[in-house]
Design a protein around this ligand. Structure first.
Ligand code: GDP
Ligand code: IMO
Ligand code: MG
Length: 431
């Protein structure tokens, strides 16, 4: 019995989807516990590419149950489209395969409008959100004015909530943001129609998980975003509006901390970031372009180019502590192949001081200079390697440095996007 949490250790897009798909072979249930369709998790299975925004990445395995926990914010149209696309690919996604928590908050049309208009109004200060309404939906959840999935089954409650919300939202949208307001009747009608389609999927996810755990089933928790996008621990305010850290798996799925046995941190072999915010190891030179092109670093949700840079081990070290990481999965090691010299940031220098953790002050973080350790690169194609011993010695030295600096052992190494392009040192479910 080893329930496992998969979390991103950087700024998202570390390859969580691929690792979740891989580990699902040993799990019985897969659960998303935070975020929404700001996530884009890509899997490549038998040469076919799948991108999931809301449905857990375990859905491709027949007989495994996928659940969307209460901590997730759900755009009903996006979820229905995703179900439809899977049907089109011959994958049956009925309520027996997928549950949506009755307590999950719903992203409403006005959340998207507020997200987009809010970003526009911020001008140069914009966060670079995905524009999916994530922040405004979590704002309403915290303000206790949100709409939950269960409300979609109660037309009177829904009507009252939409009317009350829109009075305030329309005032703000038109009066302050100079945008257009929304019509309450139209929003109600559209939401009820979507709700009718989603009703069969509604479930008490916490109860389902509780029963499964009692029956000795294994659960995989799929984090979205990354630790440094965490609303509490990330590079605030350049963060998302949820807690991607492992601890959030409990509150966001409705289970207790004692049920989590292994936390695996996904580390891309270099660093990327979408959206704004300081990035100490960013490369705005040919090497940055090389990583972007070779790593195909373009967002799977918005298509935006991802900013690229050297591996920042200060960031990963902080993530080891913040998530209580038990092991690491290193992804995209193959992308580094061909670089003459590799650099990994092991500390920062700021105001004449050397520090080994990211400062809370964003201004100070913006002034941090990287302290690099340089290592020689390798030229050999490693995408066919399946044993650590068969990796070039330079690649093994690079991996050793990651383990040394973070104090966390590596359990998985990914050398290509495909399910098979993986070196498994120790499966977390074997613990
Ligand atoms: P996630 O959001 O953490 O699931 O990551 P994304 O799916 O947004 O981005 C990771 C991208 O890298 C996807 O396109 C994956 O198919 C791809 N990928 C994952 N692992 C590897 C790897 O080891 N090598 C290469 N070349 N690509 C990978
Ligand atoms: P996955 O799960 C990378 C970033 C956005 C923006 C900030 C806030 O695929 O790793 P939001 O729309 O959440 O309010 O945007 O967070 N962001 C991500 N970056 N991967 C993600 O998800 C992200 N989800 C949000 O680019 O900077
Ligand atoms: Mg992604």
């Amino acid at each position: 019995m080893s329930n496992t949490v998969v979390v991103g250790t950087q700024w998202g897009d570390e390859g969580k989807g691929k690792v979740v798909d891989l580990l699902t072979a040993r799990a019985d249930l897969v659960v998303r516990f935070q975020g929404g369709n700001n996530a884009g998790h890509t899997l490549v299975v038998e040469g076919k590419k799948f991108i999931f925004h809301l449905i857990p990445s375990g859905i491709l395995y027949e007989g495994k149950k996928c659940l969307i926990g209460n901590g997730v914010v759900v755009d009903p149209q996006v979820l229905l489209d995703e179900i439809e696309r899977l049907h089109g690919a011959g994958i049956d996604v009925g309520p027996q395969r997928l549950s949506l928590s009755e307590k999950a908050h719903i992203i409403m049309p006005y959340h998207k409008a507020l997200d987009l208009a809010g970003e526009e109004a911020r001008g140069k200060e914009k966060i670079g959100t995905t524009g999916r309404g994530i922040g405004p939906c979590y704002e309403d959840k915290a303000a206790r004015t949100g709409i939950r999935a269960i409300d979609l089954t109660e037309p009177d409650t829904l009507k009252r909530k939409i009317e009350t919300s829109l009075k305030e939202k329309n005032f703000y949208l038109t009066g302050f943001l100079g945008s257009e307001g929304l019509n309450a009747d139209t929003v109600l009608e559209e939401t009820l129609a979507l709700g009718r389609k989603l009703t069969p999927f509604l479930s008490d996810v916490s109860m389902e998980l509780g029963d499964a755990l009692k029956a000795g089933k294994k659960v995989l928790f799929e984090g979205a975003q990354g630790t440094h996008l965490d609303i509490d621990h990330g590079t605030y305010p350049y963060v998302t509006s949820s807690n991607p850290v492992a601890g959030a798996a409990c509150a966001g799925a409705g289970i207790g901390p004692g049920q989590l046995h292994h936390v695996i941190g996904i580390v891309k072999a270099y660093t990327t970031r979408v959206g704004a915010g300081p990035f100490v190891t960013e490369l705005v030179d040919q090497t940055g372009i090389y990583l972007q092109e070779k790593g195909m670093e373009f967002g799977s949700t918005t298509g935006r180019p991802r900013r690229c840079g050297w591996l920042d081990l200060v960031v990963v070290r902080d993530s080891a502590r913040l998530n209580g990481l038990n092991s690491l999965a290193i992804t995209k090691l193959d992308v580094l192949t061909g670089l003459e010299t590799l650099k990994a940031c092991v500390a920062y220098e700021v105001a004449g001081r050397r520090i080994k953790t990211r400062p809370a002050s964003l201004a100070q973080f913006g002034r941090c200079e990287p302290v690099y350790q340089e290592l020689p690169g390798w030229k050999e194609d490693i995408s066919g390697v399946r044993e650590v011993a068969d990796l070039p010695s330079q690649a093994r030295d690079y991996l050793n440095l990651i383990e040394k600096e973070t104090g966390v052992p590596i359990s998985v190494i990914s050398v290509g996007p495909g399910r098979q392009e993986t070196i498994i040192i120790k499966n977390p479910f074997d613990n």
